[in-house]
Design a protein. Sequence first.
Lengths: 330, 209, 710
Amino acid sequence: MKEFDYRRALDVSGALALLDADPDARFLGGGTNLVDLMKAGVERPARLVDVRELPLAGVESTADGGLRIGATATNSDLAAHPDVRRRYPALAQAVLAGASGQLRNMATVGGNLLQRTRCGYFADVTKPCNKRVPGSGCPAVGGEHRNHAVLGASEHCVAVHPSDMGVALTAFDAVVSYETADGPGELPIADLYLPVGDTPHRETALPPGALITGVTLPPAPTAANSRYRKVRERASYAFAIGSIAAALDVRDGVVRDARLAFGAVASRPWRARAAERVLTGAPADAGTFAAAADAELAAAKPLPHNGYKVTLMRNLVVAVLTELAEEATR
Amino acid sequence: MAPAPTSTYSAITLHINGEKHTLSVDHRTTLLDALRERLDLTGTKKGCDQGQCGACTVLLDGRRAVSCLQLAVAAEGREITTVEGLAEDGRLHPVQQAFLDLDGYQCGYCTPGQICSAIAVIEEHAAGWPSAVTEDVRPEAGPPPLTDDEIRERMSGNLCRCGAYVSIVQAVSRAAATTPADRAGTGTTTRAHGADTDSTDPHGTEAAA
Amino acid sequence: MTTTTTGGATFKGAVGSAHTRVEGRDKVTGAARYAGEIPFARLAHGWFVLSTVARGRVRSVEDGPVLGMPGVVAVLHHANAPRVDTDYVGLLGTAPDPTAAVFQHDRVPHAGWPVALVVADTSEQAREAAEALVVHYEQEPHDVTFAAEHPDAYPLDSHGPAVAEKGDLESELAASAVVVDAEYTTPEEHHNPMEPHAATARWDGGRLEVVDSNQGTMWVAGELANLFSLDPASVRVRSEHVGGGFGSKGVRAHQVAAVMAATVLRRPVRVVMTRRQMFSLAGYRSPTRQRLRLGADAGGRLRALEHRSLSLTSTVHEFIETAAGPARTMYDADAHHTANRVVRLDVPTPTWMRAPGEAPGSFALESAFDELAERCGLDPIELRARNEPALGPVSGLPFSGRNLLACFREGARRFGWADRDPRPGVRRDGRWLLGTGTAAASFPAGAAPSTAAVTAEADGTFTVRINAADIGTGARTALTLVAADALETAPERVRVRIGDSDFGPAFIAGGSMGTRSWAWAVTAAAEELLERLTPGAAIPPEGITVRSDTTEAVGALARKERHSFGAQFAEVAVDPATGEVRVRRMLGIFAAGRIVNPLTARGQFVGGMTWGISMALHEEAVRDHATGGHYGADLAGYHVAAHADVPSVEADWIEDPDPDDPVGIKGIGEIGIVGAAAAIANAVWHATGVRHRHLPIRPDRVLTAGAPSA
């Protein structure tokens, strides 16, 4: 880890000024990912601007019945919040499925969205990686890729986004707010993450020097009947090999509204819109759920050792939607 | 506003176990290394230095955190409690006593982290926080009972390679049963929710539920 | 518990009753200091630089720029490091692993080979300088592929012969009514003790002093004396508290590098491995490929048993994982062939890891027995009962005790085995398929020569000095109880000091032999001391000390098949939709000698069984074939079981004192893992109807193994 300057910001404008859109400077939130990457030599900032004490830690209901989540709210506070648990239970479940109690106490909402992939090649500076060193190659494609992407990847990078929280936020159409020295801006979460293409090192559409200030969830009555299921290689404290955030509104045996997002299958939380289209207006039964999964997974391009993810996601869609349909009609 | 000249060291004051420690730290120094290398508080252990084992768990403003990913300079102004600050007047914290009585360890290296984590688990549960194995997370469902499965999930951020999990869970369970819910910590050291008193306050949640 | 009458007072034995650890308070308050935690004035910090190529030569180490970095005081590498002598045979009867003899030449035999040590005033400075150090290599093509039939594989003897054969295998197989022929594999596994390897070296008045974390200070001191051509008396190694070892904490690169740096710099130097570095510097369990062929008559009696195991080692040192060994103890057959072979690849040298040989070997053997039981239509326990040997199947020697069937009987009763429906894939609990499985366990019971000193102090207490190591086993407490009984006093009056090479020779914490070997020496010294003490006579201020040496007594043990035995039971749940496998409960019943301290002994057995869960479902180091190094070499990439993976795990034991041991001990540190993975894999079959012959049983493997019958 190289030496660096450290500054603590007390307000948003001060944070932006201290960062000064310097490409060698980084905002420090909980540090659970950035500090680890600095130790690994993946990140070598010259300056850290500590934003943990910015007054952005609140979680509040909006006038229209949505939710506004401050960027420095910890993952723990988000998961414990009664409005989150009541109105967006899949979001609380997703956050609780991530990391450990210690890490959730430290990690912030803004940092969670911007965390980097846990691809073992990315984290190891002795190995090539297009995301870390553009043009150096992607050894995962021909090497270890059991937990790599089956959707939306390219030959240049098959890494997956590790967030659980982001999967639920994606299912619920979250909008990410940010500030820059030139003023505020907003991005729907679906547009926050850039396609991989041949530029896997460019991960988000945020302008240079931007600070995420919060996430807004629009009102979503369907979200009250939602669930997050995560599959991993041990029962806890592990990243997903496949996860799903799902919400279902069923009336008279027919799906009125469905929200579906996948985790650990793509470079970003994956909104399953093709599946949602199949679901909406169709009978809420296993046949529909399987057809919806197949519609989404038709685009999957598995590598030699991660084809199981297609089976896994199909089974998860059917299992979780079946559970939600039962609860909706109970 | 132009940034001030670059510096890579800072003079800071850390509040640890009720005492103030003033020192100059390299910004690279983690709280874990500051405790172990600078302040001779070696009870907090370095198992992986990557946030992947939990051996370095301490309480920050009453909440558990891994000190290996916490920069020391960024910990200024926060109340830090380490395993050395848990016993009062030579009397072990109920969680420490339960680990000792029920053999909730073997080599002992993950133990301080397990104990700090367990103290926080009992507080988080008392505050009504759900976990990943809580069947129904909605506040209307009420707080889940602190079953062995709940303890296991909540303690999963603390690895024990000796495989003492079974007796650790017994120790946490016993300590939880004998610790007043409103005072899981030692009072002087642990607060479940830092300085925030807004609606994210877990005690507020419990009161509302 | 025993009651002895001495001089009219009733003495109540401590051995056999539960005692909390004597160092327990230190461990729960953080007061116990481990190797990297002893402060030294003027301490410097060393940080390893490891090779990024898997085979080749170091062309140059560009140390100039790094020496100019803040705080850097030295860069040691092959061109400037002190020379060491590796031409000797160490305590365990082998030449030193050249991996530990760092910086002696420019050859790079594997990825992660130590090429330099950067020493600086602070650890932050050392790390940054180590990361900045540029090393140029001449890279050569490497071979890290562990293939089933590698042309260069060869048989290698270790504590037993590589190959043991009797009978005509092919004709017995041809004559068998039922045959099982299957290949099983286990992956590369790493010890990953929670405490990383750490050593501080310094010269103090002409003596080399090393504060270390190891499984035997005498072992490490002896190796360092040999390596640095020092008088053994001038080397002192201390290791008071050890944060886990499991076989990995012997002589390693960190101690040698620390001694080199302390010698060059004339100041104390500490070297701590990072978790990532441990994956190439601390040893590991070789992956295995095992072929089992079992032939039985219609009644399940074995006519043929073949167990062939292939493991790997480095190009610089021989080590073999003797997975075909357990069959030589467990089961007899008219034709009985076992063979351990090894192949040299461009990888680090593997080493002993908890139950070496038995852990992977029992997975294959006990899984194959379950398959044989299925094909014979026999209960798996009944199949084992029908194949109980009267004598050692290969040695022909009598067993010192073999209570395997008693373990199965007690385990079956407590686990509820009698109610088991043998059909696979027919039990459901919601989304989970349920199944149960069992397996047998064995591990050698041995003793090795040790010395001890016991002192009667003037204040009426006793001090035991023995160079034992407590790596979490509870040895310190067990020896306290053993000494108290031998001295006919209360444990509170006995102080046991361990982990100091100045205490004289004693065996290491290894081979499940530590506590037995040490207890023997402590008992001998204590009993002699008790005889010397005159009731009522004053004890001089310096106390009265008696020393023991068990070399002769241990050497006089008659040759027998000496083992602990056990029966493992597991219940699992498998979600066929996601491939998740969860262990719901485990029970292990062991016949493992006299149990000194039930509280800590239970921890040893349960800890071993927990390792079995971890081995069955989680553990696997992945090698990247392109670079020859690891992929995901950390605790997020290499999963060990977490709290949530470990349900109710019960262990208990039956009466089984060793008649030839003064205390009756056999050893309990390793048998808990033996057979545990097989019991779980057998339960997965019972749940799903699908056999899993490759560990770990990951979700993707369950999903791709085909849809089980529901």
